[in-house]
Design a protein around this ligand. Structure first.
Ligand SMILES: Cc1cc2nc3c(=O)[nH]c(=O)nc-3n(C[C@H](O)[C@H](O)[C@H](O)COP(=O)(O)OP(=O)(O)OC[C@H]3O[C@@H](n4cnc5c(N)ncnc54)[C@H](O)[C@@H]3O)c2cc1C
Length: 428
């Protein structure tokens, strides 16, 4: 690859404009780093309703970062606060065990006046649109899409990225935010632990008669977790008020999920309603059914010469705890902070000691969540009677010990560990 005339033009080239890459490009650009953001699809198409039917549980600390970057203003009216989380075990009939675990957001607060939601449920399309609007307004970011990174040539002083269009861009550092199926990690010789869960997450929106009152529920069924996540009411139309809605992440063994997805509407509704239960009155799915095969990938290293891995490209986890993106948000906050610190000191932002600081900052938090989600899924996605008894007693035991409940609630909110500035709501 021959160096282009725009050699050394960018501080950082971010490959992949998913939720992580977009956020990284915005945080870097807002911090004064000259940034290129590359994606193979037109960026506007990522925000369309037909692109991604999921919602994301934005943890309390991730929301502070969105506020600090000026993204939250666009999202606030579309974000439903999670006030309580209720976790229960259920058998084949979908009936919850009487032993359960309940988290109340007030318990996680330092004092009673400081109580904040544990997180917010936001539709991915709104999250993507809010990020794109801010990116388009950021003078330090160049959006390079649709185009695809085909090859990178990394040398001691720069990285050159060859794009499918024939253009080549130069930067001090390249960040792979290519998601779990990215190729740059492997091309750089970085190995990973990766396996499939032989599970599929069926994702849909359900409307129900009663309001959810901000309660997120997770029922552990034999095929996998069934999550009921509180959404904002639908927009009022035809003189009728908005409908109460929840986002569903319904995990099943892959073979069963495929059969469920092929069912006609009445039979699908019956299977769905049996698992959902009747606690919110009559319930029915609305809109399309989405599905996502589930697996785990964790890179052996997050950095290489002039290269970093961010988000799912570094660690793709099971959605059982709704934490995959929140880990990526913390990656972004830590990476931008070390880059800004290096730049302020007049150091090379792509130097290996700068990148190592990022990698060591993020490793423990990511590894803990990778392990926790993997163990939780293995422990709960079955109907083995003795195991069920042990885990039910475990849930009930945590429920009865307030300091333990507080510990887990603060962890889910992202309030533990050495938090980067953006995660505390400050600019780096
Ligand atoms: C069912 C489900 C529910 C979830 N719920 C939650 C939740 O509630 N809370 C939470 O925190 N997380 C959740 N997650 C996890 C979260 O969705 C992911 O962590 C996140 O979307 C990953 O984003 P990403 O940007 O890293 O990767 P991706 O979304 O995979 O984006 C990668 C992008 O890179 C582009 N790309 C790849 N290679 C190239 C290339 N060579 N050149 C150009 N472009 C390229 C692709 O086009 C794509 O746009 C959930 C996941 C699932 C499956």
């Amino acid at each position: 690859m021959s160096p282009g005339s725009d050699s050394q033009r960018f501080d950082i080239a971010v490959i992949g404009a998913g939720l992580n890459g977009s956020l990284l490009a915005l945080a870097a650009g807002e911090s004064g780093l000259h940034t290129a953001l590359v994606d193979r699809v037109p960026l506007q198409s990522l925000t369309e309703a037909g692109f991604d039917g999921r919602t994301t549980a934005i943890a309390n600390t991730s929301q502070k970062l969105f506020k600090a970057l000026g993204v939250w203003g666009d999202l606030a009216s579309r974000a439903e606060p999670i006030l309580d989380i209720r976790i229960s075990d259920a058998g084949h009939d979908g009936r919850a065990s009487p032993l359960f675990l309940h988290f109340d957001h007030r318990e996680a607060a330092e004092d009673e006046h400081d109580a904040a939601p544990m997180g917010w449920i936001v539709e991915n399309r709104f999250l993507r649109a809010a990020l794109l609007r801010r990116l388009q307004a950021c003078p330090k970011v160049e959006l390079v899409a649709p185009d695809e990174a085909l090859d990178t040539a990394r040398s001691p002083d720069k990285v050159m990225i060859a794009l499918k269009s024939g253009r080549s861009i130069a930067a001090r550092l390249v960040a792979s935010a290519e998601g779990r199926f990215g190729t740059m990690r492997e091309d750089a010789g970085i190995g990973a632990r990766a396996w499939s869960y032989d599970q599929i997450a069926i994702v849909l929106v359900a409307r129900h008669e009663q309001p959810h009152r901000g309660v997120a529920q997770e029922k552990f069924l034999p095929g996998g977790p069934f999550a009921i996540l509180p959404m904002t009411d639908s927009e009022p139309s035809d003189g009728k008020g908005g409908e109460h809605r929840s986002s569903i992440v319904w995990t099943e063994k892959a073979s069963i999920a495929k059969r469920l997805l092929e069912l006609d509407a009445p039979r699908f509704q019956a299977e769905f309603a049996r698992r959902f239960g009747d606690h919110l009155g009559p319930v029915e799915p609305v809109g399309p059914r989405w599905w996502f095969p589930l697996g785990l990938v964790h890179a052996e290293r997050y950095v290489d010469e002039r290269m970093v891995l961010v988000g799912d490209a570094a660690h793709g986890i099971h959605p059982i705890a709704g934490q995959g993106y929140n880990l990526g948000v913390r990656d972004v906050a830590a990476l931008v902070e070390v880059l800004v610190d290096a730049k302020r000191l007049g150091l090379d932002i792509g130097a290996s000691d700068t990148l190592e600081r990022y990698a060591s900052w993020r490793r423990t938090d990511n590894l803990t969540m990778v392990a926790a989600t993997d163990i939780l899924n293995r422990l709960f996605s079955n109907d083995i009677k003795p195991l069920r008894l042990v885990r039910d007693i475990g849930l009930a035991a945590v429920h009865r010990v307030p300091p333990l409940r507080r510990f887990f609630a603060r962890h889910a909110m992202g309030l533990s560990g050495d938090l980067p500035k953006l995660i505390r709501g400050e600019r780096p």
